[in-house]
Design a protein around this ligand. Sequence first.
Ligand code: SF4
Length: 438
Amino acid sequence: MKQKKLKLILPIAARYSLAGNQSRWRYPPYSLIFLAGLTPPEFDIEIVDENVDTLNMNDNPDLVGISCMTVTAKRGYEISEQYRAKGIPVILGGIHPTVVSEEAAQHADAIVVGEAENVWNELLDDFDAGKLRPVYKSDSYHNLSRIPTPRWDLVEKYRKKYTSFTTIQSTRGCPYDCEFCSTTVVCGKKIRTRPVKDVLNEIKKMKFDRLKPLIFYDDTINCIPSYAEELFKGLIPLNIKWAGYATVNMTENEKLLNLAHKSGCVGLFVGFETIKKENQRNMRKSSRLKFDYNEAINIFHKYKIGLLGAFLFGLDYDDSSVFEDTYEFIKESKLDSMTLNIVQPYPGTRFYNRLKEENRITVHDWNNYILDSLCYQPKNMTQDELINGFRWIYHKVSRLWPTTTRIVRNFLQRKNSGIIILAQNMGCRRTNKMIKKR
Ligand code: SF4
């Protein structure tokens, strides 16, 4: 029987493609790799990641699947229209088609709303029968104990182009429901866990690149402490290095931090988001109000964990003093690296809905929902103050001297985390150049 050709595409954000494929962090398209794992063998699958490759649209696959976030939605629609013009059916899935289904449906033969795993095989059966439905939506979240074997072989060609090729997910969902974040909207508030033995078996099969750590894609690796403890204990004998995402609450559990360190944790990405307590309250980050961020950073450092702090600007209680205050905080706190962004009102989030109600959304072009673009009217600043202040702090933190200081300090004090701290700090400098070009 002739194999049908399925092409799975991760589009690039226009903002990055204009800058010459220079996205800051590049990781394998995890969801597509798993979707490929679910696909029956009669399909010959190709995965194309536009963040690291040029997409050739002169081919004629039997079916195309495109995974879109808000910022890549327009590029996804453009690709879709080109294939559909040739009579090739296209499926759109991912966060954006989930939260803005009606819009996405206009650009596809079918859309997948929510997680694709539960509906993927039904969709492929319908495709075989020539009866694709416009919308596929699962009634329930996917059970993570039934995760397919990921098709890493399909992205092996990109191995060297990714910040780290070895990536994994042990949990999905996040209970915190921060106002600006779409995780809860798409994956739910209840955390689902994969059996620890499955996670460990998957890691054992991985081929690691020298110096590059395993990256846990979990939204928060520490959310269920008992699960994290079991996982970290299981990781110890594997003798690997890993990094992941965590919340500042992890500093309340030094036993867990110690286990994380012993299990090879070299870096954690922590969303501090804002140093203004009023903003934390407003975003429903009240669980963080009690933390002194400087003390928290010291506790992470005590366990030799490199810390990448994330900060957002343009929240309702930010005025023009926020840039200098945050810059001083970053400098004094001895953070190892950081990501800075203007908060984006992603559709589907409570932040978007609130700004829309308040008539404060000023830009509706999804291409602009990224990094330093400003798509709304801030509350306590003018738009110019926000954009200029953001560019100012980006420039300040990514100058050569502070960058070198962070990298050297990290190397001397927490030798293990060198490569991710180096990559993130250099990415910060590259992004600053991109911002300056605007
Ligand atoms: S920002 Fe982080 S902690 Fe908040 S809901 Fe999203 S994933 Fe959870």
